[in-house]
Design a protein around this ligand. Structure first.
Ligand SMILES: Cc1ncc(C[n+]2csc(CCOP(=O)(O)OP(=O)(O)O)c2C)c(N)n1
Length: 436
């Protein structure tokens, strides 16, 4: 064999080769640019076949690269994926999504008024949690990220408890120990939200495996953002799920942005997020996440598949984060202002409303009345919650509770710290002081 690289040049570029270089992803639009999403491939609604729930992942690869849709842009439900929901069920779905939006708007304002330290909206992504939850059974276990308040709302969790948690007040059943919006409601099939991205993925698979090993019929379902899919936990979870055929649904909410990092940094320039499934031998569906009926249909398909021991599914919800990442974020610093309005797949609430109106099952008057009613409901609940305290008004949990409930018996060093804290509290506020 002739030697192509003389030994003395090992480790250096050979003179006739170009220097190696890295690709650094760069979003297409920055502040001041006019976004144009005209090149996003949106196949016709009828173009996507719906395979049987037991189809082998290999035989449905193209669904990881396409876009499952049900609602066309005229508000008609079409194609094989149409879940054919009754008008009553569609109205319930619309109501839940509108309630999520009303709740988000008011809690965002509460943060701006200094009543809580933090809030996260899911504007434009309501379908990815509400429609998905509605396609599950009540006993199925949800492992959310921080942007799935729609699960709690679609499971009729009391709004006041969400607010008490956001205000970390006297009524907060998490005793002020979690960051606002990091709810926990296991009795509603809602696992504790964690700020450590993607940790819920292996936890969901573990829960699903336990359910199967006990011979139960409940499945697990888990959400994360596209940015979080770059975490190692995401990949080990998919490995466990495929090896043991765990009854789990993986949702990747691809809202294009991970705070200020666009989806390219998680790999979107190379392939779709649904296509991650292909490498693991898992069923993958890429769907229009702003189409509530597509979200419902895909979840129903995946739930039936999991429940009949046909394995896990990865669903990529192709959507857009219309507002800031959180109340701590200012998206105008890193992305074009008009991206949300230029997004070609519209808004999920507007699309379901249009569909119901097209069916003759809804109208402007009813829509406006419902918006007003939900706003009132949120406002009244907020007043009740605020009676139990808001940020900085002293109606928080007693400080010593922060030392409790971790160890069965409090270790000596925590006992010392707690005693020191109580002594300082007494010196400052006098004996028998309690939060208001
Ligand atoms: C392990 C870990 N890394 C980084 C962070 C900081 N962080 C919080 S949210 C976020 C962006 C996540 O984006 P994505 O997963 O796309 O979800 P989205 O917020 O868009 O819904 C980052 C990087 C974190 N909380 N945990």
């Amino acid at each position: 064999m002739p030697e192509t690289h003389p030994k003395k040049d090992v480790g250096r570029p050979a003179s006739n080769l170009p220097p190696l270089s890295l690709h650094i992803p760069e979003p297409r639009y920055r502040p001041g640019d006019t976004p144009d999403f005209g090149d996003i491939d949106i196949p016709a609604v009828e173009a996507t076949p719906r395979p049987g729930e037991a189809t082998k992942p290999d035989a449905m690869r193209e669904l990881s690269y396409g876009l499952v849709r049900v609602l066309d842009f005229d508000g008609q439900a079409k194609g094989q994926w149409d879940p054919k929901l009754t008008p009553e069920r569609l109205r319930i779905m619309l109501r839940y999504m509108m309630l999520v939006r009303a709740f988000d708007d008011r809690m965002f304002r509460a943060q701006r008024q200094g009543k809580t330290s933090f809030y996260m909206k899911c504007t434009g992504e309501e379908a990815t949690s509400v429609a998905s939850t509605m396609a599950l059974d009540r006993g199925d276990m949800c492992f959310p990220s921080y942007r799935q308040q729609g699960i709690l709302i679609a499971r009729d969790y009391p709004l006041i408890q969400m607010m008490n948690q956001i205000y970390s007040n006297r009524g907060d059943h998490l005793l002020g120990r979690q960051l606002p919006i990091m709810y926990s409601a296991p009795e509603h099939g809602f696992f504790s939200v964690s700020g450590n991205l993607a940790t819920q993925y292996p936890q969901a698979v573990g829960w699903a495996m336990a359910s199967a090993s006990k011979g139960d019929s409940r499945i697990a379902t888990v959400w994360c953002g596209e940015g979080s899919s770059a975490e190692g936990d995401f990949h080990s979870a998919l490995t466990f799920a495929t090896v043991y055929n765990a009854p789990v649904i993986f949702n990747v909410v691809n809202n294009q942005w991970a705070i200020s990092s666009f989806s390219g940094f998680a790999g979107s320039e190379r392939t779709t997020f649904a296509a991650r499934a292909v490498g693991y031998g898992i069923a993958g569906l890429r769907i229009d996440g702003n189409d509530p009926l597509a979200v419902y249909a895909a979840t129903q398909w995946a739930a039936d598949r999991a429940r009949t021991n046909n394995g896990p599914t990865l669903i990529e919800h192709f959507t857009y984060r219309s507002e800031g990442h959180s109340t701590s974020d200012d998206p105008s610093a890193y992305r074009a202002a008009d991206e949300a309005t230029a997004w070609p797949l519209g808004d999920p609430i507007a699309r379901l409303r249009q569909h119901l109106e097209t069916l003759g099952e809804w109208d402007t008057e009813r829509h406006e009345a419902q918006a007003k009613e939900l706003d009132e409901l949120v406002k009244t609940t907020q007043k009740q919650s605020e009676k139990l305290g808001i940020l900085g008004h002293g109606m928080h949990q007693p400080f010593e509770t922060m030392f409790e409930d971790v160890f069965e018996e409090m270790p000596w060093h925590l006992q010392e710290q707690c005693a020191q804290m109580l002594a300082e509290q007494e010196a400052k506020f006098g004996p028998n002081w309690k939060p208001e």
